[in-house]
Design a protein around this ligand. Structure first.
Ligand SMILES: Cc1cc2nc3c(=O)[nH]c(=O)nc-3n(C[C@H](O)[C@H](O)[C@H](O)COP(=O)(O)O)c2cc1C
Length: 334
């Protein structure tokens, strides 16, 4: 059975929630898991070198059992260091490793990794080989369609062929190029135009490869349509800002016969988790900063969000308040 057949039969990676620094921590991932039982979740990018040299590895690596399937994303450029990182990812129980060659942050690129590495396919290939050879997990890569002037289709195609030969199991392509000088990371997610056609052509001439599209998707119907051309769709900002817009992932993308959950059901189901976090000395804001995005589309949503934020930041938010608030939401039909 070819790789592509076995993956489509397993059917687990049609939709994924993008890795996002300062957003996709384990608390946000728990919220997403309550929304979709199936979407593939990613960690924030973890710099492999930092992981090796910290004595608090659990701060980088811990996740909740419920989060599976979960992919850990590494940034780095040193095959030796990535070898150890791969072993740790496997020991910690991750389902997959993703290698980041798409981040345009100057801090990241000055360490010669992230998007700047697209200019050095041989080095990326060595990194992928090292990850592959040192664990039993699928190893995938997330990259752009080009960097600076290295943005021809041939360049992209050669990059993907080279990385495929090194053993990458899936390609997530953010369909815009990165401009490393002159644009900050935020601008690099909006200013270079999205070119889905380039990724479509890439998939067409490399039909045996698993190619996931990323960039600019804002609802499930657009994502479903994209699945006609690609093996998967990765969603970033829209899912973070508007998680409830994505409450039908399991039904519409994965064909599961359940009802999408309203905000109150999602929050109720998170209360034991929040309680445990607070009992362990965690701050309510760690979770509420993500949770407030569930309060959308209801009358006076902004006032609700401000109230939760203020109470949480001032350490006045407790489980009793959350229960009361969620019951009110439920009574209002949300
Ligand atoms: C706040 C933020 C942080 C991000 N951090 C990462 C990261 O750690 N690793 C990565 O590969 N991409 C990162 N990205 C890029 C996203 O994964 C995604 O490629 C990009 O936002 C485009 O998808 P979208 O249009 O669906 O948001 C980040 C994006 C945002 C908005």
């Amino acid at each position: 059975m070819s790789l592509i057949q076995s993956n489509s039969i397993r059917n687990i990676h049609k939709l994924s929630i993008a890795p996002m620094m300062d957003c996709t921590d384990k608390h946000f991932r728990m919220i997403m898991r309550k929304i979709s039982s199936k979407a593939l979740l990613y960690t924030e990018m973890i710099v492999a070198q930092s992981l090796l040299y910290t004595d608090k590895k659990e701060n980088f690596l811990d996740f909740n059992d419920e989060e599976h399937p979960i992919s850990i994303q590494f940034g780095g450029d040193n095959p030796e260091i990535l070898r150890e990182a791969a072993q740790m990812a496997q020991d910690w129980g991750y389902d997959e490793i993703n290698f980041n060659v798409g981040c345009p942050s100057p801090r990241v690129c000055s360490g010669n990794f992230g998007a700047s590495l697209m200019k050095d396919p041989d080095r990326v290939a060595k990194c992928i080989e090292s990850l592959k050879n040192n664990c039993n997990l699928p190893v995938t890569i997330k990259h752009r369609i080009g960097v600076d002037n290295a943005d021809s289709f041939n360049n992209l195609n050669n990059f993907v062929r080279c990385i495929s030969n090194a053993g990458a199991d899936r390609f997530t392509v953010h369909a815009r190029k990165a401009i490393l000088k002159g644009l900050n990371p935020k601008q690099n997610r909006t200013i270079p135009p999205l070119k889905y056609d380039v990724v479509k052509k890439l998939k067409k001439i490399n039909s045996e490869l698993l190619i996931e599209i990323n960039g600019g998707f804002t609802n499930i119907d657009e994502s479903l349509k994209a699945l006609n051309d690609f093996d998967g769709v990765m969603i970033g900002r829209s899912v973070y800002k508007h998680p409830l817009r994505w409450s039908e992932i399991d039904q519409k993308i994965y064909g599961i016969n359940t009802k999408p959950k309203p905000a109150s059901d999602i929050i109720f189901s998170l209360i034991p988790y929040i309680e445990k976090h607070l009992n362990n000395g965690g701050k309510s804001w760690d979770i509420c900063k993500h949770l407030i995005n569930l309060i959308e589309g209801i009358p006076k949503a902004k006032i609700w969000r401000n109230d939760i934020s203020n109470k949480s930041i001032n350490k006045e938010l407790d489980i009793k308040y959350l229960l009361k608030m969620t019951t009110r939401l439920q009574e209002m039909g949300y």
